[in-house]
Design a protein around this ligand. Sequence first.
Ligand code: FAD
Length: 438
Amino acid sequence: MNKHIVIVGGGYVGMYTALRLQRKLGKELRNRSVRITVIDPNSYMTYQPFLPEAAAGNLSPRHVVAPLRRVLPKATILNGMVTKVDHANKKVTFVPGEGEPREIPYDLLVMAAGSISRTLPIPGLTDIGIGFKTVGEAIALRNRVLHQLDVAESTDDVEVRRRALTFVVVGAGFAGVEALAELEDMAKDSTRYYRNIKPSDVRWVLVEATNRVLPEVGPEMGKWTLEQLRERGIEVKLDTRLESATGGHVVLSDGTEFDAETLVWTAGVKPSPVVTEGDLPLDERGRIKTTTQLTVAGTKDAFAAGDLAGVPDVTNPGQYCAPNAQHAVRQAKVLGDNIVRTLHGQQLVEYRHKYVGSVAGLGLHQGVANVYGVKLRGLAAWFMHRTYHLSRVPTLNRKVRVVADWTLALFFKRETVSLGEMEHPRDEFRAAVASNRR
Ligand SMILES: Cc1cc2nc3c(=O)[nH]c(=O)nc-3n(C[C@H](O)[C@H](O)[C@H](O)COP(=O)(O)OP(=O)(O)OC[C@H]3O[C@@H](n4cnc5c(N)ncnc54)[C@H](O)[C@@H]3O)c2cc1C
């Protein structure tokens, strides 16, 4: 046997599948009868549930990612994008960060490229909107919120100040509510260092097209979350859509209009565009059509799982597994085992997991949870949120660093400086060159 396993995407599914294969195929990897290649534009896996805490400055950005080359020493990691899958000829087109695209042949394929933000053709959205899926977006948002406080403190113009201090989040699922709650908490905390900004001067607006927030924790806890957000002074607009945001002028479907410098878009996800570039079958929602055994329907030697896959939920006939980490991690384990079974000519097993509910952080010492029917709120839920994610974040190294960050935060006030200039590191040097020319 001389088999090459190519894994497209090094996120939850990709990294955990490779980790499982690394453990189960030790002998084959040593004698080189099996090779594993993981392809991802980044050299790390992002632990997305910690992005809101990274945005709020409770965790260092480096501690919410797991370095793929360290976690997967027996796999080859290639950084770049897969842009096409030709499963009929068993090859993918790989576009590296630098250099010419090339084709990579494989024997077994794992599609694990996750999802991207699902946007709508709303005027102005691309000009001022920012998503909340990557560590880059989370940190840019942190810098932006703090920078807007600096702008507001430093201007005499009432309109500029009002616009700077208005923050809009569209989409009240996990990502939106957690991002908003953590950033609002951080901004409120930071206002104590500004002489002319009171917490009540900062306006947060959460826009949601349906009539509920945080459906992941169920109706009762969702209602509690809504009340909690409103008590904090956050304007939550249900059954409302963003109509336009041209030049930062926000228009909502309920007739409200105002200016905002910051708009976060977290209104859902859709499968990575790579799924449409090739010959893998798609379901009616544009995800890779997947069987209960996590193989790509109607094919041999191709597997898929996670946000890009339409995996039938065998615990809930007629439904599909929701795109979340709870499924992604467990699917990766079964997927890895099924690859090993394929290599050994054994019968594949089904993926079966009943969704157990969720925990969400809503800022320091605040949270909401509904897990195995146990409903918690406030401090207890926040503690559960932290302990659960600490147990889940990959590698002992990350766990220790996360605990260290949280422990330091107990004794010292959080960092509240905007390092936005890190996004334009050459500006200072360019200005120096220009000045020397004069
Ligand atoms: C802010 C936030 C908070 C969340 N909180 C929770 C939570 O508390 N609980 C929960 O269960 N879920 C949560 N989720 C959802 C969860 O993170 C996702 O469902 C999970 O990451 C899906 O895993 P995946 O492997 O399918 O995709 P990902 O983990 O996103 O991995 C996909 C990988 O593929 C790479 N990739 C993309 N395109 C290509 C390409 N063309 N070629 C090569 N590589 C590519 C990407 O760079 C990425 O590394 C949260 C999500 C967000 C954004």
